[in-house]
Design a protein around this ligand. Sequence first.
Ligand SMILES: Nc1ncnc2c1ncn2[C@@H]1O[C@H](COP(=O)(O)OP(=O)(O)OP(=O)(O)O)[C@@H](O)[C@H]1O
Length: 239
Amino acid sequence: MLEPHREKRLRVEGLNAFYGDSHVLHGIDLHVERGELVTLLGRNGAGKTSTLRAVMGLIERRGEVRLDGADLSRLPPHKIARYGIGYVPEERGIFSSLDVTENLLLPPQIKPGGMSVEEIYALFPNLKERADSQGTKLSGGEQQMLAMARILRTGADFLLLDEVTEGLAPVIIEQIGIAIGLLKERGFTILLVEQNFPFASRIADRHYVIENGRVVDMVARDELGAPGVSERLHSFLGV
Ligand SMILES: Nc1ncnc2c1ncn2[C@@H]1O[C@H](COP(=O)(O)OP(=O)(O)OP(=O)(O)O)[C@@H](O)[C@H]1O
């Protein structure tokens, strides 16, 4: 019997994006399967963040973006969010005057299934210890965890994460990796921009390499050890 056709969770085809006159993405093609954890790798300025922003509808874009078959290409960000896509930008955007619990109580539920504050504290024990601390008093790692946690409150089950390990100590990166692994076990689908290749290679199922606004390579986890692959990645990333 033929397998029923399964729509990709996210399918991006021919995605172009612009900042005013500046044309920064030149036909990105990629897909993410249900429950997959996929990274976007590439040098500074390659177009990784812009890809997440274009998927989310935050910058001017052309091309096709489909989630579970639904066409998101022409929708504004707040409508895209209703499909359960949650974006955690590099700049985190937590409320510095509010404490951790208040930050967690603020996000609206946009889809059923948002995590309770208790579930979030089980996922990020550091945040539980800092529940009453104001946003400004948190370390970089705690702020990053809070930024992720806030999105989990909304019910989003497709996460766009931008450089969640940037500037953080190895022990914190390790904790974030564990949390991401648990989210994957719970069935979340994740597209992660990452500069830290050792981290990305430990947690991801597949990697796309972006260069000058295009996908120039795709490597699956089980290909990482194959002859020539690390040289190929090295040439693109300098890793
Ligand atoms: N707000 C903006 N206005 C104009 N150009 C921008 C803006 N943000 C990014 N760009 C340009 O878009 C291109 C892609 O940048 P992008 O931030 O997507 O790259 P990146 O791969 O995420 O790199 P980085 O890790 O440095 O953020 C770069 O040439 C960058 O200079």
